[in-house]
Design a protein around this ligand. Structure first.
Ligand SMILES: *Cc1c(COP(=O)(O)O)cnc(C)c1O
Length: 424
């Protein structure tokens, strides 16, 4: 039996209706921007395996450091103990995070980093003896699949069976060029109740909402309003963090800084699962007390795993090199030029670019996981390019280390897809 058949016996894949999609593609290895299947075919990883491997797969600088750490300290309980990889990582983060972020709390994935943030915000008010239990979030936001993260996510395709178990969340529309006044009015209406603990948002780019982008000025206005009502601002930078927007964090594009930030995905350079939630000194201080119950009693077994911390530290060091910063600028320029060109195509409704993120919407409507979307996916794979269209959006978010010719291969595959796949 080949790997694909053996897979079917016992494995249950994420985000998959197995009755409709029984087949999976066995991947044998990966290197740089390339994935290789067990048949020896290769695919350019145009979405950096869900925006994780931003420094390329199996990056030797990162794997060498993690291999060395493996010989030294593999894992230790992080309650009551500490270690150099965690301490060094916290110091490196202080150099790149907005300066009001002062404390780092570890967890395992993007969703848990959001749950931690929500619990921090709710307990912050609980500890202060204020009754604030409502959360505000954008209509089309995505924050993960655990209950807290699901509650604040607005993309309801995933949430149906669970909605009645959710936290209390009120929604505002994602800002556009025309709705700003209405958004601020709706926000004000919610804030005036004085029941709101926190506003949870993906800053400037909503990844799962098909790379929807909105203006820094709009976010600035929303954050200022939240702060004027003492509402904690929680930036979910799980997707946007670590250079993808052209700055270290999307929050760097606005003056008003979040009180709490969530990070994962590219945090560990795609090597190991880990996440963290950072917060301001003020949030942290609200948990200090002679009373034990005011502490934050949340803890994951693998908190601050030394290997994951080492990978994260190696990633941050790479991010700060001239080479990577130059690559980010060049990819951005390349995307702008491609957007200019492809934007004229009659089958393209619009394009958008932020940092190394490129997206285009097709003229034609299609369902999020419908047939045409599958045809596009298959066509890209036949061109040795792995892209994952979302609805009628095709987006690119390739590793920073991608070469010019490799990026051209992605652009070419999109251009030819417009002719070949969308010709009926
Ligand atoms: C992917 C993502 C999450 C969830 O992260 P997981 O590691 O999949 O749990 C949360 N927020 C945003 C913005 C994401 O893109």
């Amino acid at each position: 039996m080949n790997l694909q058949e053996r897979d079917k016996k016992h494995l249950w894949h994420p985000l998959t209706q197995h009755q409709l999609k029984p087949d999976t593609l066995p991947i044998a290895k990966a290197s740089g921007v390339w994935l290789y299947d067990t048949q020896g075919k290769k695919y350019l990883d145009g979405i950096a395996s869900w925006y994780t491997c931003m420094f390329g797969h199996c990056n030797p600088e990162i794997t060498a450091k993690v291999a060395a750490q493996m010989q030294k300290l593999d894992q230790v309980v992080f309650a009551g103990f500490t270690h150099e990889p965690a301490v060094k990582l916290s110091e490196a983060l202080m150099r790149i995070l907005p300066s009001n972020q002062q404390k780092i709390f570890f967890s395992d994935n993007g969703s848990t980093s959001v749950d931690v943030a929500i619990k921090m915000a709710l307990q912050y008010y609980h500890n202060r003896g204020e009754k604030r239990q409502v959360l505000i979030a954008f209509e089309d936001g995505f924050h993960g699949d655990t209950f807290g993260a699901m509650s604040v996510s607005g993309l309801s395709v995933y949430n149906g069976p669970f909605e009645k178990f959710f936290l209390e969340v009120k929604r505002i529309p994602t800002p556009t060029s025309t709705n700003m006044e209405a958004v601020l009015q709706q926000l004000e209406f919610l804030l005036e109740t004085n029941e709101v603990a926190a506003f949870v948002y993906e800053p400037l780019v909503q990844g799962a909402a098909a790379m929807r982008m909105y203006a820094p000025q709009a976010l600035e206005a929303i954050l200022q309003k939240c702060k004027s009502y003492e509402v904690l601002c929680i930036a979910d930078e799980v997707m946007t963090g670590f250079g993808k927007t052209g700055k270290n964090f999307a929050s760097d594009f606005v003056q008003t800084k979040p009180d709490i930030m969530c990070m994962s995905k590219a945090l560990t350079a795609g090597l190991l699962p880990m996440a963290l939630t950072s917060c301001s000194e003020e949030v942290y201080t609200a948990f200090l007390s002679d009373s034990i119950v005011k502490g934050f009693f949340h803890g994951h077994t693998y908190s601050a795993n030394p290997l994951a911390c080492t990978a994260a530290l190696a990633g941050i060091e790479l991010l700060q090199t001239q080479y990577i910063q130059q690559q980010i600028r060049e990819i951005h320029q390349g995307h702008l030029a491609f957007a200019q060109k492809i934007g004229q195509h009659p089958k393209v409704a619009c394009t958008r670019v932020m940092g190394v993120i490129f997206a285009l919407d097709l003229q034609q409507e299609m369902s999020r996981y419908g047939n045409l979307r599958d045809k596009l996916f298959d066509y890209f794979m036949s061109q040795e390019v792995f892209l994952r269209p979302l609805g009628n959006t095709i987006y690119i978010l390739a590793p920073y280390t991608i070469g010019k010719e490799e990026m051209q291969q992605i652009y070419n595959s999109i251009e030819s897809a417009l002719e070949i796949v969308l010709n009926h």
